[in-house]
Each structure stands twice: as C-alpha cells, then as structure tokens.
Design a protein around this ligand. Structure first.
Ligand code: HEC
Ligand code: HEC
Ligand code: HEC
Ligand code: HEC
Ligand code: HEC
Length: 249
C-alpha cells in the first residue's frame, strides 16, 4: 500500500498545529495592540470643548490653584468641574468682550451649565478615588500628563489595568517628598510642585519628570528606601493594594 502521507506532510501537520495554537495568541495580541493604539485610546489627542479653555493660561501663566476650579479633588472621589460662576468671578470683569467667552456669558444669563466633554474615564466596573491619591502625595500629572502646559486638554494616560497596577504593586517607586520641604503634608507636596515650577525654582530631575507627566517610578535604592519610609509614615497597606477588590467591588 502506497504511503498516503509523505514525510513532508508531517511538517505541514506540525506547522499547522503550532500555528493553530499560536493563532489565538496572535489575534489576541493584535486586538490588544489595536485597542492600545493612540487612535483608540485618544492619549495626547486634544478633545474639543464648548469653550477653548486653556490650563496653560490659567494654571501656569495666571497661577490659579487646581482646587479653585476642581474644588472636591482632595476630599472626594471626583475632582469635579468648575461652575459658570467660578469662571465669571473673573470674566464678568476681564476679557468681557471675547467672543470665545460667549458660551459662558450665555450660560450665566440662562442658568444652563456648560457641558464639558469628558476627557478621562474608567469603565463602570472600576472604582477610582481622587482624594486617597492626593492625600498620599501622588501628583495630578503622574496620571494626567503635563497639565500646566496643556492648551486644549488631552488624556495623559489610557488608564489600562496594567498601568494602575504598576504603581499599586510597588508604590515605593512613586511616592516622593520634596527634599527641601520633607515635612510638608503629602497633599501640600502635590500642589507645591506647581508653585515651584511657576516661581522658576530649581527642580530635581524627578520633579521635572513628574511635572512633565513622564514619571514611571524610580529603581534607585535610596529612592525606594525613602519611598518605603513614606508609605509606612502614611500608613499605606501595601500588601493589599493590588487586590482585585481594591478597584473592582
Ligand atoms: C480656572 C479653572 C481651572 C483651573 C485653575 C484648573 N482647571 Fe482643570 N479643568 C477646568 C475646566 C473648565 C475643565 C474642562 C475643560 C477641559 O477639559 O479642558 C478642566 C478639565 C481638567 C481635566 C480633564 C477632566 C476630564 O474631562 O477628564 C483635568 C485632568 C484637569 N482639569 C486637571 C487640572 C489640574 C491638574 C489643575 C491644576 C494644575 C487644573 N486642572 C486647574 C478648569 C480648571
Ligand atoms: C482668576 C481669574 C480667572 C478665572 C477664574 C478664569 N479665567 Fe479665563 N482668563 C483669565 C485671564 C486673566 C485671561 C487672559 C489670559 C491671557 O490671554 O493672558 C483669561 C482668558 C481666558 C480665555 C481666552 C479668551 C480670549 O479671547 O483669548 C478663555 C476662553 C477663558 N479664559 C475661559 C475661562 C473659563 C471657561 C473659566 C472657568 C472654567 C475661566 N476662564 C476662569 C482669568 C480667569
Ligand atoms: C492616580 C491617578 C490620578 C491622579 C493622581 C489624579 N487623577 Fe484625575 N482622574 C484620574 C482618573 C482615573 C479619572 C477618571 C475617573 C472616572 O472615570 O471616574 C480622572 C478624572 C479627573 C477629572 C474629571 C472629573 C472627575 O472627577 O472624574 C478631573 C477634573 C481630574 N481628574 C482632575 C485631577 C486633579 C486636579 C488632580 C490633582 C489634584 C488629579 N485629577 C489627580 C486619575 C487621577
Ligand atoms: C502612582 C501611583 C498610583 C497610581 C498610578 C494609581 N494608584 Fe491607586 N493608589 C495609590 C496609593 C499610594 C493608594 C493609597 C493606598 C492607601 O492609602 O491605603 C491608592 C489607592 C487606591 C484606591 C483606594 C483604595 C481604598 O482603600 O479605598 C483605589 C480604588 C485606587 N487606588 C484605584 C486606582 C486606579 C483605578 C488606578 C488607575 C486608573 C490607580 N489607582 C492608579 C497609588 C496609585
Ligand atoms: C489598581 C486598580 C486595579 C486592580 C487592583 C485590579 N484592576 Fe482590573 N481593571 C482596572 C482598570 C482601570 C480596568 C479597565 C481597563 C481599561 O479600561 O482598559 C480593569 C479591567 C479589568 C477587567 C476587564 C478586562 C480588561 O483587562 O480590561 C478584568 C476582567 C479585570 N480588570 C480583572 C481584575 C482582576 C481579576 C484583578 C485582581 C487580580 C484586578 N482586575 C485588579 C483596575 C484594577
């Protein structure tokens, strides 16, 4: 009886078996790569707003504190958006003829709030809380990118699970205290960084990176040691920080 399968068929069979095993991985990786591309996650893509509000003008050039507009950021889960009255506290007196501010004046007259388009969002099944991060000294820009340089606001990070976990698994690589003001409370540390920048004070390499929104943690032995001490001082339960229930409950 002649051989039905030639030896070469073995290779084909083996190759297709391997390909069959790999295919789901390859497809899965492809889908992951697509969902992570900037086009999909819109990282660093400015989002159109009803009014072209500039953080660079208001926070850096004018030096307005984040909390003047995002009033609840250090006390509640949500940072919140400013009311029309907050804008009008200045714009009823300055730049009153600017056509760019027409929607604000209209909103003030009619009492209809401005509908800002949301830039950052985590899915419904993810729990997030601003205040706990601010009271542990995590600067806004670590998550939102260089806010003091943004004209039209964009998303600084995609907020994928891995990204959150990178810090939750080793927060000692991220927490920081100003070397010159080590006794400031962690939340003072967060906001003081903007004042230092605005005043043109000398910044450490780490401070530059934090403000630039490109701080990915430090592997320096000294910095990790200092980070561990800070976490102990703040009473952070590091072992539990990466538990699923922290973010999904
Ligand atoms: C004068 C008011 C004002 C100040 C001061 C201000 N913001 Fe904002 N912020 C706004 C407004 C209005 C929006 C909504 C429009 C937009 O996205 O730009 C906003 C949006 C944001 C968003 C995006 C929110 C979303 O939709 O996800 C972030 C992040 C943010 N601000 C961070 C900051 C930080 C950090 C500071 C301090 C360095 C700051 N803001 C200071 C008014 C302000
Ligand atoms: C503490 C005062 C203050 C507050 C509060 C404030 N602004 Fe302003 N805003 C200014 C000043 C001053 C300028 C002019 C900045 C410049 O061009 O140098 C300005 C400029 C602007 C401009 C540019 C106007 C133009 O014609 O170029 C827009 C748009 C604007 N603000 C929107 C807002 C919105 C929206 C809010 C509320 C979320 C707000 N501002 C809150 C002080 C303020
Ligand atoms: C640890 C990361 C992290 C830090 C630090 C952080 N944010 Fe956020 N921020 C987020 C996430 C995640 C969202 C989306 C939340 C959601 O969808 O519920 C968000 C949303 C926002 C929004 C939209 C409104 C809201 O409350 O959802 C504003 C405004 C904002 N952040 C401002 C700030 C300011 C100002 C600071 C610093 C004082 C800050 N954030 C610090 C991660 C962070
Ligand atoms: C740069 C570091 C860092 C990043 C990034 C970060 N976190 Fe955190 N997170 C912390 C620290 C530190 C705490 C404080 C833990 C404590 O004090 O018990 C915390 C606490 C929390 C808590 C509160 C747990 C509780 O006890 O209420 C939640 C929820 C949370 N983070 C969700 C997130 C999510 C979701 C993301 C991503 C969008 C994120 N975090 C990104 C450092 C970070
Ligand atoms: C520090 C916060 C945090 C912790 C801890 C965490 N997750 Fe998540 N998880 C997230 C965020 C944020 C997303 C949304 C990711 C996105 O939108 O791309 C997510 C998404 C998911 C999803 C949806 C699929 C996906 O990957 O987007 C699953 C399933 C999930 N998490 C399971 C878990 C399990 C199981 C654990 C424990 C081993 C866990 N998570 C721990 C923040 C967290």
């Amino acid at each position: 009886m002649p051989q039905i399968f030639k030896p070469a068929a073995n290779y084909i069979a083996r190759a297709s078996l391997i390909l069959g095993l790999l295919a789901p991985l390859i497809i899965g990786y492809g889908v992951a790569a697509i969902t992570r591309s900037p086009a999909n996650t819109k990282v660093q893509v400015p989002i159109n707003q009803p009014i072209p509000f500039s953080h660079q003008h208001h926070t850096w050039e004018l030096g307005i504190d984040c909390r003047y507009c995002h009033t609840s950021v250090e006390v509640s889960a949500e940072a919140g958006f400013p009311s029309t009255e907050t804008c009008m506290s200045c714009h009823s007196q300055i730049w009153t003829n600017s056509p760019l501010l027409e929607p604000i004046r209209k909103s003030f007259e009619t009492g209809t709030p401005i509908k800002w388009n949301k830039v950052n969002k985590v899915p419904e099944f993810v729990y997030f809380n601003h205040s706990i991060h601010i009271t542990r000294g995590i600067n806004c820009n670590t998550c939102h990118g260089p806010m003091q340089q943004q004209h039209i606001t964009y998303k600084g990070n995609a907020f994928q699970m891995q990204w959150c976990l990178q810090c939750h698994r080793a927060p000692e690589r991220y927490v920081y205290a100003d070397e010159k003001n080590p006794h400031m409370s962690p939340r003072q540390q967060v906001f003081n960084l903007y004042w230092k920048y605005q005043a043109g004070d000398e910044l450490t390499a780490r401070e530059h990176k934090i403000l630039g929104g490109e701080y990915g943690g430090s592997d320096g032995a000294d910095e990790k040691k200092a980070g561990k001490e800070l976490l102990a001082k703040y009473g952070v339960k590091v072992q539990q920080l990466a538990d699923c229930a922290v973010c999904h409950h």
